[in-house]
Design a protein around this ligand. Structure first.
Ligand code: PRP
Length: 221
């Protein structure tokens, strides 16, 4: 197809470290967006005319929403966010970076409460993942308390017995006298695709998936 008539493929990136890592992968493919490197820019959309791609940065939680509604054809975001949001979309590729675990954690003595299946309080930024784990998988009744950050505080100040949260290096837990009590699932960055875009732009999107896969496999080789 003549490039002039080619439609833009829009890509949503989760703001932060993950966006940087994702752009490194695109750079390896020769797809650059120099405007994005300008830290002072307030621009929201970055265009690559050569490949007819548009990139935008969004809050991680909103990336699956943009992709489900087709405002973005493709998204790059953590598995934690995908699992929490439960949107209708295709998860097509594990990028292998941003690896961490979703865990139940707390003071060591909270382990006994979990084992006995006592009615405990679980603080988390991810109530849907926590509900699915405790209610559907463990069939354990707990009270889930939604927080927006610094989750490790909750058991320390007595808001909850345990937390359900992301553990990367484990440093935050260690420095606050907390331990991993149960592992819920491994996490990493994923590529997601809108279900209609996958049909309408099958050729371009499939090619992009293959190329990105190639970069990742090369790096891990
Ligand atoms: C995340 C997570 C843990 C911490 C884990 O929080 O919620 O608090 O990182 O990392 P670690 O195992 O390497 O210590 P984030 O820094 O994203 O901020 P938040 O607490 O405001 O959610």
């Amino acid at each position: 197809m003549n490039k002039e008539n080619m439609r833009y493929i829009t890509i949503a990136l989760a703001k932060g470290r993950l966006a940087g890592k994702t752009m490194e992968v695109f750079n390896r493919l020769g797809i650059n967006c120099n405007e994005m490197n300008d830290k002072s820019t307030r621009k929201l959309i970055f265009v690559n005319e050569e490949y007819k791609l548009k990139f935008f940065l969004a809050k991680a939680n909103d990336v699956p929403t943009y992709v489900e509604y087709g405002a973005a054809d493709i998204g790059f975001v953590g598995k934690d966010t995908i699992a929490e949001e439960g949107r209708k979309l295709y998860e097509v590729l594990d990028l292998g970076f941003g690896k961490c675990d979703f865990c139940v954690a707390g003071p060591p003595e909270a382990g006994a409460l979990l084992e006995k299946g006592e009615l405990i309080r679980v603080a988390t930024k991810y109530p849907n993942i926590a509900k699915k784990y405790f209610y559907d998988e463990k069939h354990q009744t707990v009270e889930i308390i939604k927080l927006n950050g610094s989750i490790e505080l909750a058991p320390i100040v007595g808001l909850s017995e345990v937390i359900a949260d992301i553990v990367e290096t484990g440093a935050t837990l260690r420095e606050n006298g907390l331990v991993v009590l149960e592992k819920i699932m491994p996490l990493s960055a994923r590529m997601i695709v809108n279900q209609v875009s996958m049909k309408m732009e099958k050729e371009r999107i499939t090619k992009l998936i293959q190329e990105i896969k190639g970069v990742i496999e090369n790096e891990n080789a």
